[in-house]
Design a protein around this ligand. Structure first.
Ligand code: 5CA
Ligand code: ZN
Length: 412
């Protein structure tokens, strides 16, 4: 699938640091030790509605990881998917009497525009579920052949994964079984479905139903892929048996990331699938998680159309730590706009305090589990001093501009 055009990243003097990140599986902050290239998989959108600020915040989080790794001298292989076939897409298309393909293409195109406007580095591979179906079919057939998947005998052709095949199942989310069953029911699973070996077993292949799109499944019969196997297969195909970061919002901790890791680990025999499971907090509006199904959305594209500078949006979303669930408010946006104006004024000053010291401070804060509030505070202090004529380093404004652009994605 087509990705989006990359923003320029100005070179910085050497000195990039080792990035430490919170890993859900180990429940703590640990240094990343990426192989060459570093491999990151991020769960992308289900394109049935425009990208909202929650999506933007999550994508900005992983953009920082990408930028920090590059600054430390790593090449980065970054894969992001588009769930361009799934129930919500079909339901929305039916509600609006629209072709589901047209809906998915339109919303994916809008998402690309939002990402480019927010100066998010594009993934190396941007991959749709539909284009991955042949690989998914082959993988599900293999799981069936290995006896770790089974077909329900109710004539639907539906195939499920046997979670008991993954000996460490549960290591990523650390939830009780009761909570797993609840979350599975809330988030696309079907724990009450009759005929499954375990209520938690997730769908791998859904046999064709009347009025639903389907693809050839060879021995599986026609149908369409389940959700977790989509991400496992795309990651394995493009990044290999182990990855450095598996990412997304914290609504994906369970079942999605637990299940895709279980799929990958049973297929490869390697554990753990990801060195770090990294989850961004939920952005909410008026006390509720911003979600397409609830309809309480603020769209990045709407704000852009209203003339909001995407860099102010970016700063508003970076003002709090990425792991914090938080609310989007007009005040947050206003603070982002004011901060951007102050920073731009300071970058226009003829001199400022030591630019190299500011670069070191920003690197240090971001390397510590992406402490963007800390990084922003150092820049605020630098800007304040530059604006009051305290600095004497004539090279500082240019170096600080490059720092903000390369590490925080605040450019233009
Ligand atoms: N296509 C699947 C992942 S394979 C999906 O969850 N799609 S999504 O459109 O619902 O979300 C896209 C990405 O944004 C996911 O990483 C998800 O965890 C994240 N996300 C969704 N809602 C929010 C929110 N309110 N705040 C922050 N991140 C969110
Ligand atoms: Zn995913």
């Amino acid at each position: 699938m087509k990705s989006w055009p990359p923003p320029e990243v100005p070179p910085l003097p050497p000195g990039g640091r080792t990035l430490a990140l919170f890993d859900s599986a180990r429940d703590g902050v640990h240094p990343t030790a990426p192989e060459d290239p570093a491999r990151m998989y991020v769960c992308g959108i289900t394109p049935y509605d425009a990208a909202h600020l929650g999506h933007a915040a999550t994508m900005i989080t992983f953009d920082l990881i990408n930028r920090l790794w590059r600054d430390a001298g790593h090449r980065v292989d970054y894969v992001q998917n588009v769930t361009d076939i799934d129930d919500p897409l079909l339901e929305r298309a039916a509600r609006d009497h629209e072709d589901w393909v047209v809906l998915a293409m339109r919303e994916t195109a809008l998402f690309r525009e939002d990402m480019a406007a927010l100066r998010i580095l594009p993934p190396t591979h941007y991959v749709g579920a539909v284009e991955s179906i042949p690989a998914i079919v082959a993988t599900v057939a293999r799981l069936l052949g290995d006896g770790v998947a089974y077909r329900l005998d109710d004539g639907t052709g539906d195939v499920y994964f046997d979670v008991s095949a993954a000996p460490r199942f549960g290591y990523e989310s650390h939830l009780t079984r009761t909570r797993m069953v609840e979350l599975s029911a809330e988030r696309g699973g079907d724990p009450d479905r009759a005929g499954k070996r375990d209520p938690l077993d997730p769908l791998l292949w859904r046999g064709v139903r009347d009025g639903e799109p389907s693809w050839p499944g060879a021995d599986l019969g026609p149908g369409r892929p389940g959700w977790h196997i989509e991400c496992a297969v795309i990651a394995l195909e493009l990044l290999g048996d182990r990855i450095d970061v598996q990412g997304g919002g914290n609504d994906l901790v369970f079942p999605h990331h637990e299940m895709s890791a279980a799929h990958a680990e049973v297929l490869t025999g390697h554990w753990p699938f990801a060195g770090h499971y990294v989850h961004a907090g939920m952005i909410g509006l008026a006390g509720e998680k911003m979600s397409k199904s609830k309809g309480n959305l603020v769209f990045a594209s709407r704000l852009r159309a209203d003339g909001v500078d995407p860099m102010a949006l970016r700063l508003a979303l970076l003002a709090d730590h990425y792991r914090t669930d938080r609310q989007w408010t007009d005040d947050l946006l206003k603070a982002g706009q004011e901060r951007l104006a102050r920073w731009r004024a300071a970058l226009g000053a003829p001199a400022g305090p030591d630019g190299a010291a500011l670069l070191a401070a920003v690197r240090e804060r971001l390397a510590d589990d992406l402490d963007s509030p800390g990084a922003l505070r150092s820049v605020d202090a630098w800007a304040e001093a530059a604006l009051s004529g305290e600095g004497t380093d004539p090279g500082a404004p240019a170096l600080v501009a490059d720092t903000l652009d390369a590490l925080l994605g605040i450019g233009g």
